[in-house]
Design a binder for this molecule. Structure first.
Ligand SMILES: Cc1cc2nc3c(=O)[nH]c(=O)nc-3n(C[C@H](O)[C@H](O)[C@H](O)COP(=O)(O)OP(=O)(O)OC[C@H]3O[C@@H](n4cnc5c(N)ncnc54)[C@H](O)[C@@H]3O)c2cc1C
Length: 444
């Protein structure tokens, strides 16, 4: 049976990385501390070794001299952090820019933007502090109007960005063709230089190395199967050991087993996102498509397509749409058809890699960094709504600042984690929403 985080008891034990382009090109994994096979005591235990868990561990060890213990079910970076779309930009949650001031007021919107820029700063800091070689591309992000009717949405977002002082520009279809690529569904673009692409697994491997060098201990093949509390001590049971900790952190995002702790129950909707990577373009395909841009690209569809040219001349393209892993095989073909539709010059291109991963949506479409309402020693940072390359690393840092020195988590991130209403029907609700997205995209 295929894995669904809503019903599975956990993401597995010691599983190998998914066969992604990133896993194939990351080089050897840095060492970790192997499987936990004894009982140990620690101040802070972190569950999950993706960006959230590793950056939290790094900052706790490096800034505060802590010796956190990280427990990973499979391999470090096995989850989304090792298999994402590689876009690092100022994204905290998935609320459209043009809705920010209605939701948070002018001042609140401005401070959220500042925090989003700080999140990009966290990624740049990590890369610089660790000297991480992760194929960082020049700054540039483009959002494309896939239809004439959505150009106005981008213009509205551009006005918001300008009010924040952002250096953004609107590009015409002709500008895009001349400077970035020739293709379809590119009626205009909102371009900014506040984000960039990188190699997500090389980046994550760098943080793993930094965290361990700073004093964190990272166990792989050690899924937490059981949580209990005796007095002030949390007991985390793994297949071959146990960690007893004064404080615990859930850094499990889309792979969360919500039965592990009551604070997590009914709080997340894990949703699949799939990616294809093509074979390298031929010289003729490259010339005809003029696909020279190093920017990250996304579009205005409800089923947003995200894509980029990779340094070795391949095209990566991802989208949501599959509900379960078992039904995702046709999505490989669907993604290839999208590539061909967007880039007529790539009409005979083929796919070398296809994989997927589980992102975590929250009811308010915002990430949450904080602690359980009834127990301040149970912390979490999760719910990045599909945009976690910067957000997860930054959330890990903010949580480390809270745990290490009691510094308050910024207000946008530390709101109570709401429950999904009618939580048992989450998959049904998702199915209905996906039908609506399909119809709506067909009509624009
Ligand atoms: C296909 C795809 C494309 C994406 N593209 C982008 C993008 O371009 N830009 C962007 O910003 N974001 C993107 N994202 C989202 C981003 O990758 C995630 O938000 C981010 O990596 C989350 O990091 P994390 O550390 O919180 O979770 P993960 O990296 O998912 O790590 C969670 C870890 O917890 C472990 N775990 C779970 N339960 C247990 C347990 N009981 N015991 C021990 N370990 C456990 C899992 O094995 C996993 O390794 C994408 C995601 C996907 C799937």
């Amino acid at each position: 049976m295929s894995y669904d985080p809503l019903t599975a008891p956990g993401p597995g034990e010691g599983l190998a990385h998914v066969e992604s382009y990133w896993a194939a090109t990351a080089g050897p994994a840095p060492a970790d501390d192997g499987q936990l096979n004894s009982g140990i005591d620690t101040d802070i235990a972190i569950i999950g070794a993706g960006y959230t868990g590793l950056s939290c561990a790094y900052y706790l060890a490096q800034r505060y001299g802590a010796r956190p213990v990280v427990l990973e079910a499979n391999q470090p970076l096995w989850g989304c952090s090792g298999r994402n779309g590689s876009f690092a930009g100022p994204a905290l949650g998935r609320v459209a820019l043009r809705e920010w001031s209605a939701r948070w007021g002018e001042t609140g919107a401005r401070s959220l933007w500042d925090e989003a820029l700080a999140a990009v700063g966290t990624v740049r800091d990590l890369i610089q502090e660790g000297g991480i070689d992760c194929d960082v591309q020049p700054d540039g992000r483009m959002r494309l109007a896939h239809a004439m009717s959505t150009v106005k949405l981008l213009e509205d977002d551009a006005r918001v960005l300008q009010s924040f002082g952002s250096n953004c520009e609107m590009l015409s279809a002709a500008d895009i063709a001349a400077q970035h690529f020739r293709g379809n569904e590119a009626h205009a673009a909102l371009r900014t230089t506040d984000g960039f692409c990188l190699h997500p697994m090389k980046f994550g491997y760098g943080i793993l190395r930094m965290a361990r060098e700073a004093g964190a201990v990272v166990y792989s093949a050690s899924p937490v199967l059981k949580w209990t509390r005796h007095g002030d001590v949390h007991h985390l049971g793994t297949p071959a050991g146990e960690v007893r900790a004064k404080r615990i952190v859930f850094a499990t995002n889309g792979y969360t087993n919500e039965l592990l702790h009551p604070a997590l129950k009914a709080r997340l909707l894990p949703v699949l996102s799939n990616i294809v990577v093509t074979r390298p373009m031929t010289e003729a395909e490259q010339a005809e498509s003029n696909l020279v841009t190093r920017d990250s690209i996304s579009d205005t569809r409800k089923f947003l397509n995200y894509y980029r040219r990779l340094p070795d001349g391949r095209l990566m393209l991802g989208s949501r749409g599959a509900i379960l892993e078992s039904g995702s095989a046709p999505h490989r073909e669907r993604l290839l058809q999208i590539v061909r539709r967007k880039f007529p010059a790539l009409g005979s291109i083929t796919v070398d890699y296809f994989w997927g991963g589980w992102v975590a949506l929250t009811p308010d479409m915002m990430p949450h960094v904080g602690h359980a309402e009834e127990d301040a020693s149970v912390c979490f940072a999760l719910g990045y709504c599909g945009s976690g390359v910067t957000a997860a690393n930054h959330a890990g840092r903010r949580l480390a600042e809270y745990l290490g020195e009691g510094r308050a988590v910024p207000v946008h991130l530390n709101q109570p984690l709401p429950r999904y209403p009618l939580a048992r029907l989450r998959r049904l609700g998702q199915f209905a929403a996906f039908q609506w997205f399909t119809m709506s995209d067909a009509l624009t």
